[in-house]
Design a protein around this ligand. Structure first.
Ligand code: G3H
Ligand code: 13P
Ligand code: ZN
Length: 331
């Protein structure tokens, strides 16, 4: 049993309290490898932002849970070496069982998500409560979820989203004791968040997605005032990356995300954690494809993963400064 406190990590409680008060959101960036971790930490140190390092089930399968945990421990030291002791949480993204959450808690994660959103309501309550009871013994914070996002939620796939029903949130939070709640108000996972027929097109033919359901968010905030809300599926799918990818041998069709102004708006409310993974994937892919096309003789991984890491860092600084408003909040 390892406590995250001995690793220099923090849970999300303080981060969220400050974020709600300050009208900003904490970035939750997924990582699966060293370059992503370096980009996240160097970006957040440079702009002085607290950060949540997220590990999904897919990341565990790809990179190994133990290695990722040691990388997060290394991230704390790396941040100090770069000159700033920013608050860093290590969070399990979309945990789908009590056993998985327990295993992460036991090996030093400071926060876990138990995603029971696809279960019947009572089963979601029971599973979430069980995780909370275990996690809170070690001062680990827990994120639950109500409502189903469209797209793919790890192994849970759903054709259509089910918006969170504001009538459920008070009961869910009270019965489970969760520390934060992920809700569904129109975001979704991946780089194709909406079908073209759900969107309108602007003069340049760019797809414009339907707006987020701020009315549902407001209603939820009314029912659980000051309670930390989480938005998953919050990549904006920058069209400049899509263009670079498609002009350098890629084939992304109808890729569309959540406009950044809407996320900025959400961050001013009780939304205090915003999950971004796909935008990072697009930034890396665009940079790697560019190197491959422009320097076809290159075969040193550092020569394409290096530029990918630089592009990622730029993207994360932009998110903290201009979208989430978390830059400067680690002071
Ligand atoms: O919510 C999903 C995250 O983007 C993680 O995706 O399961 O492919 O690692 P993944
Ligand atoms: P995106 O696919 O929009 O980046 O969402 C990531 C996410 O919600 C991770 O849990
Ligand atoms: Zn998610």
């Amino acid at each position: 049993m390892v406590s995250y406190k001995d690793l220099g990590l923090v849970n999300t409680r303080d981060m969220f309290a400050k974020a709600i008060k300050g009208g900003y959101a904490i970035p939750a960036f997924n990582f699966n490898n060293m370059e992503q971790m370096q980009a996240i930490i160097s970006a957040c140190v440079e702009c002085s932002s607290p950060v949540i390092l997220q590990v999904s089930s897919g990341a565990r399968k790809y990179a190994n849970q133990t290695l990722l945990r040691y990388m997060a421990q290394g991230a704390v030291e790396y941040a100090k070496e770069l000159g700033k002791n920013i608050p860093i949480s290590l969070h399990l993204d979309h945990g789908n069982s009590f056993e998985l959450c327990k295993s992460c808690i036991d090996m030093g994660f400071s926060s876990v998500m138990i995603d029971g959103s696809a279960l019947p309501y009572d089963e979601n309550v029971a599973l979430t409560k069980k995780v909370v009871e275990y996690a809170h013994q070690f001062d680990v914070t827990v994120e639950g979820e109500l409502g189903v996002l469209a797209g793919v939620e790890d192994e849970v796939s759903s054709e259509h989203s089910h918006y969170t029903d504001p009538a459920d949130v008070e009961d869910f939070v009270k019965k489970t004791g969760v520390d934060s709640l992920a809700i569904s108000i129109g975001t979704s996972h991946g780089a194709n968040k909406f079908k073209p027929e759900q969107c309108t097109r602007n003069a340049e033919g760019i797809l414009l997605p339907p707006p987020l359901r701020f009315d549902i968010l407001k209603e939820i905030e009314k029912r659980i005032p000051g309670f930390p809300i989480v938005l998953h599926g919050s990549s904006s799918v920058p069209q400049e990356y899509v263009k670079i990818i498609n002009t350098h041998g890629g084939a992304l069709k109808d890729a569309v995300g959540i406009p950044e102004e809407q996320l900025r708006e959400a961050a001013k409310s009780a939304v205090c954690k915003i999950n971004i993974d796909s935008d990072g994937r697009l930034a890396m892919t665009a940079a790697v494809r560019k190197v491959f096309v422009e320097h076809p003789a290159e075969f040193d991984p550092r020569k394409y993963l290096g530029p990918a890491r630089d592009e990622l860092k730029k993207l994360y600084i932009h998110k903290c400064e201009n979208v989430l408003g978390s830059a400067g909040k680690a002071e």
